[in-house]
Write a protein that binds this ligand. Sequence first.
Ligand code: NDP
Length: 328
Amino acid sequence: MGTFKAIRIDKADKGTTAALTQFDEAELMEGDVTVRVEWSTLNYKDGLAVTGKAPVVRRFPMIAGVDFAGTVEQSSHPQWKPGDKVICNGWGLGETHLGAYAEKARVKGDWLVRLPEGMSTRDAMAIGTAGYTAMLAVLALEKHGVMPNNGPVVVTGAAGGVGSVALAVLSKLGYHAIASTGRMSETPYLKGLGATEVIDRNELSGPAKPLARERWAGGIDSVGSTTLANVLSMTKYAGAVAACGLAAGMDLPSSVAPFILRGVCLLGIDSVMCPIELRKTAWQRLVSDLDRTKLAEITHEIGLDQVIDAGAKILAGQVRGRIVVKIL
Ligand code: NDP
């Protein structure tokens, strides 16, 4: 047994420490598939884990990183054999199970999704958990019946990872997408992704009225708190809002008015324990409904040695689009 490079999180007297170091292969956790990790990515949650700003990590030592794409090296799972290209995200990776910022990962075969035909492992992680979550949100809106002819869809935290992919997908599907951002200077970027309108997030950040002027048929919210409350209060009759994030806070200072007076629905989006069939659908839809040129435009590549610094930046709202992490 040898060692491999990994970002290791340890418990300290105060909080946690994170360092790029060698990890002992003998310490890998249980699992029936060992994967040579090729690419990972940086999500908001990874920022929380590497900086220790929130208790994302619940087992020590931990390898941070909630998602990876790579090639199967060893498998005793009937579905996987050496050489298979796979994607893994969530299921406690980087939280309770040794994670993705490592040259090797050992996981349960049941957690893996086959890399879709025509997608590289780098593309898969350029999309990453953030992009796949954006697709889960689009699928939830579609399931609810929010279609392009029903009216606009607002995307909050638009210049972030979830927001950027959501805009690109919505625009490809023909939706009138409204981008809400705190970075109005990013208007050309957001319009380039397909936003029809760009609004300042201040319009959505004060205390929400129970009901306000109906502005959109749907929403994809990665911000939470008063932003989500405002989005709900401005949603048209029988519309729906997919809530996937908490960039501004976990609270939801709303009222029941949008639900009981306008029939608005709040759709919860969870990427971590999402059932495997829905994951497969989401990844397939990302092949057909996400323009690869736009994906390239929103993606910035870093090495494993830059992850810890980038983690602080994503929490400060300074990362635009998606960061892909080269492992091998
Ligand atoms: P990013 O940091 O890339 O994007 C978040 C965006 O939110 C920022 O770019 C910024 O957009 C906006 N924002 C940040 N801080 C604030 C603030 N204080 N008030 C209002 N807006 C703010 O993160 P991700 O896209 O990776 O993740 C977005 C959210 O979704 C996170 O909360 C994350 O935890 C959550 N998430 C949840 C998942 C799930 O399974 N439910 C899966 C993946 C992510 P702008 O500058 O345009 O305003």
